[in-house]
Design a protein. Structure first.
Lengths: 355, 293
């Protein structure tokens, strides 16, 4: 790999330098955050149940998954293609605590599912201490394939039912509230969870821990020289990213879809979460919400637009693939023109307006 | 014993096909440091194009020539339009860009050429034959022999031709190669073109045994552990690792499945690769990665 210095430069993530320092925008971003949270909490008063459960819920949950992957990949620079697998650990872990552990408090088993995923993230992160950011693709892919196989083929994980699909037993409640039946209640649960975890993540990435991740990402050896514990930083990024992905996976399975299956957490899910952080912005928190909205809305817009243009003609085959083509082209375009994603575009725009 | 040998041999012969796919990656990676995830989609596109032409009644040779030209044009275009503007980006960013390319090429391939599985008949009978008391598939033997020919041709190209030696020079030390007047962008184009042709051959062999379909794209996921085990830059490594992965996978599928359930094939190679990463991160024959501050 000696080709590196002249041509394609390995290892130096100059192109991914994100908004590393909060600097002058810090106060402003806090007000933005509070306004955003207030808007989310007020949403049920102007949006119908349908919108809440069909768009708002998956959007918020995917954003949370994006934050998890962004911690590992965007901040610590460890490219993970195992997001789907980690989300599956959250869902199947939570299910195991409910069914085999007999715990009936939704919040408790959700957190336990998240912790289980953090432990899996820790284990998957161990090889990354010996290899560079790029080779991590393989360890995370290994985890992805192994985990999906595990939850689909080992009957203990789906409680010996004939199919590996899981749904929470009705006895699981949150202080007497049944979360899975009432869209308003489950929406509020998701909103509060996402706001709280986003706030934690925002503070985490601006704390010394987050600074260390960025240092490790941008220049591994230099980070080591100035005394950052590179290996524990990497493993921590996997564990915390895993926790977020696990929570997101459990919410996705039990509150959005009402059930979980191994196929739902396959490689496609991993790519979806990866794409949303590329589109939204690697190494940002706000970008996850933009990217998640994008990956959810784009297919709907494309389908609507193309059926309006083509009608239901013989282009149907072409139509079903338009999503993929546009997504792929968008990814390439963003990486060439603006590697920091839509978040950077918005930041540029707001600086222009302020001037 | 003969079951063991038959499993092993059929696994090893399948492994040769993994090697061929892995080699098509190595050709690009050695010269330009790009891990081209879109290789699978490009293989799918050119193989599907080839089969469609055959289906429309084109003569074999004509279809083959057109498929080769198309695949080369596609590869050179991807290099020129996507990877060239991104030179000097990190390996991770380049990888993500090729991920985007794979979605585009895959969508176009299936949108234009259709999503049904198509058969490909290369005129080789798939009848089992006995070799020393062991049953071996004739097709697998042909496929392995063909892979071997491709590898020998590549080895000759790299050791005997001026162009091949230039490619090696670039892989070895890009700055030095440039300073003696080797045209870097031409070398990149040659590498991408070669890789496309090797990919097309791999796709044809795989398509002839399994049918040409969407699943062809996932061959890259099989090639990835082969690359890790063999080392990202070594063609010899890819061959040895392909055999190792193919043989190991077949044996594990036969002898471990009764104990821990089926479907091992989806992750066995990866667990093997992770084990290798822990013991020998550069792979069997790979260059030691040098990190610079």
């Amino acid at each position: 790999m000696q080709t590196s210095d002249v041509t394609y430069d390995h290892g130096k993530g100059d192109d991914l330098l994100a908004n590393d320092l909060p600097s002058k925008g810090a106060g402003q971003s806090r007000w933005q955050g509070i306004a955003f949270a207030a808007l989310l909490l007020a949403a049920p008063s102007f949006a119908g149940d349908f919108w809440l459960s069909v768009f708002m819920m998956p959007w918020l949950i995917l954003s949370l998954a994006g934050i998890g992957l962004n911690i590992t990949t965007g901040y610590a620079g460890l490219l993970s293609i195992g997001a789907g697998g980690f989300m599956a650990v959250g869902a199947y872990g939570m299910y195991a605590f409910a069914v085999h552990g007999g715990i009936e408090n939704f919040l408790v088993i959700l957190l336990l599912g998240g912790l289980a995923t953090a432990i899996v993230g820790f284990l998957v992160g161990i090889p990354s201490t010996r290899i560079g950011g790029f080779y991590v693709i393989v360890t995370t892919l290994a985890a992805q394939f192994f985990l999906v196989w595990l939850f689909g083929d080992v009957p203990w994980f789906y409680n010996y039912s004939p199919v590996p699909t899981i749904a929470l037993p009705p006895t699981v409640q949150l202080f007497g509230l049944n979360l899975t039946n009432d869209p308003i209640v489950s929406y509020y649960f998701v909103v509060v969870t996402v706001i709280a975890l986003t706030w934690v993540a925002k503070n985490l990435v601006e704390s010394p821990i987050g600074r260390n991740w960025i240092a490790v990402r941008d220049m591994n050896i230099a980070a080591q020289v100035i005394g950052i514990k590179v290996n524990s930083s990497k493993i921590l990024a996997f564990a915390i990213g895993g926790f977020y992905l696990g929570i997101a996976g459990a919410l996705w399975a039990f509150l959005f879809l009402q059930n979980g299956s191994p196929e739902g957490f396959g490689l496609d899910k991993s790519f979806q979460v990866l794409f949303l952080i590329i589109i939204g912005g690697m190494g940002t928190i706000r970008g996850n919400f933009i990217g998640a909205a994008f990956v959810l809305l784009l297919p709907i817009v494309i389908t609507a637009a193309s059926s309006w243009i083509f009608g239901n003609s013989e282009f149907q085959g072409l139509l079903s693939n338009t999503d993929n083509v546009i997504f792929g082209a968008l990814i390439v375009l963003i990486l060439i023109k603006e590697p920091e994603g839509f978040d950077k575009l918005i930041r540029n725009l707001s600086t222009k307006i302020q001037r | 014993m003969s079951t063991f040998l038959e499993t092993l041999i059929s696994g090893v012969l399948t492994g040769m096909m993994y090697s061929l796919v892995a080699i098509s990656f190595i050709l690009i990676f050695r010269a330009s440091g790009v891990f081209n995830y879109a290789q699978g989609a490009m293989m799918l596109f050119s193989t599907l194009f080839f089969v469609t032409m055959l289906g429309e009644g084109a003569p074999f040779i004509v279809a083959l020539l057109i498929a080769i030209i198309t695949s080369v044009l596609l590869a050179v275009a991807v290099e020129r339009v996507v990877l060239r503007p991104m030179a000097n980006s990190s390996a991770v960013t380049l990888f993500m860009a090729t991920l985007g390319v794979s979605y585009v090429v895959n969508g176009l391939a299936q949108g234009i050429l259709g999503t049904e599985t198509q058969g490909l008949d290369l005129g080789i009978e798939d009848t089992p034959i006995f070799v020393g008391g062991v049953l071996v598939s004739r097709f697998d033997l042909w496929a392995a022999g063909f892979s071997l020919c491709v590898v020998i041709l590549l080895a000759l190209f790299f050791s005997r031709t001026r162009l091949g030696i230039s490619v090696r020079a670039v892989a070895d030390d890009t700055a030095a190669a440039q300073s003696v007047g080797i045209n870097l962008s031409r070398i990149w184009q040659v590498s991408w073109a070669l890789s496309a042709v090797v990919g097309l051959f791999a796709g044809m062999i795989w398509g002839a045994s399994q049918g040409v379909s969407f699943s062809l794209e996932f061959l890259i996921l099989k090639a990835l552990p082969v690359l890790i085990i063999g080392g990202f830059t070594s063609i010899e490594g890819a061959i040895v690792a392909g055999i190792l992965v193919g043989g190991g996978e077949a044996l594990a599928e036969t002898y471990l499945s009764p104990y821990i359930g089926g479907g091992l094939g989806s992750w066995f190679a990866y667990v093997l690769a992770v084990a290798f990463l822990l013991i020998r991160p550069t792979g069997l024959f790979g260059d030691a990665a040098i990190e610079r501050v």
